[in-house]
Ligand binder design. Structure first.
Ligand SMILES: [Zn+2]
Length: 137
């Protein structure tokens, strides 16, 4: 498992605790609004679409596609940051790991992977998914 760099532990709150708890079990959660049906990430108590408080946790497949990315080549250890659009709809910002950065492309299929923060907390990240279907663009 490559470790891109020292990863700062996330700041957790009662609002996000279930998200990080699930990450420790290797799962990625998104929130779904019971009022309007929209899913969102990062997790919030109030739906960002309709401001309803009736949101519930839902497990994501962990599959997605790269919407946009940037490679930090001047860092001591280069790393890639990307917006990944999840199969469930929301777009999340994260890192691409275990990848040949020169081969990254917009629309590329990625799947959930984890890297540990310095305190051991697994952080949801993404890695190229060779089995995933290419998104047409
Ligand atoms: Zn809503």
């Amino acid at each position: 498992m490559d470790q891109p760099r020292d990863i700062t532990p996330p700041q957790t709150s009662p609002e996000t605790a279930p998200y990080w708890e699930a990450a420790r079990e290797g799962r990625l959660l998104v929130k779904r609004c019971d009022a309007c049906g929209e899913r969102h990430a990062y997790p919030r108590s109030l739906c960002p679409f309709c401001f309803s408080g009736r949101t519930a946790w839902e497990e994501a497949s962990g599959r997605g596609t790269i919407y946009a990315f940037s490679i930090m080549r001047r860092a001591k250890i280069p790393y890639a940051v990307a917006y990944v659009t999840l199969e469930e709809g929301p777009t999340v910002i994260s890192n691409i790991v275990g990848a040949d950065f020169d081969a990254l492309r917009i629309g590329q299929a990625v799947r959930l992977d984890f890297r540990a923060a310095t305190d051991g907390q697994p952080i949801p990240m993404f890695t190229p998914d060779a089995s995933g279907a290419e998104e047409e663009r």
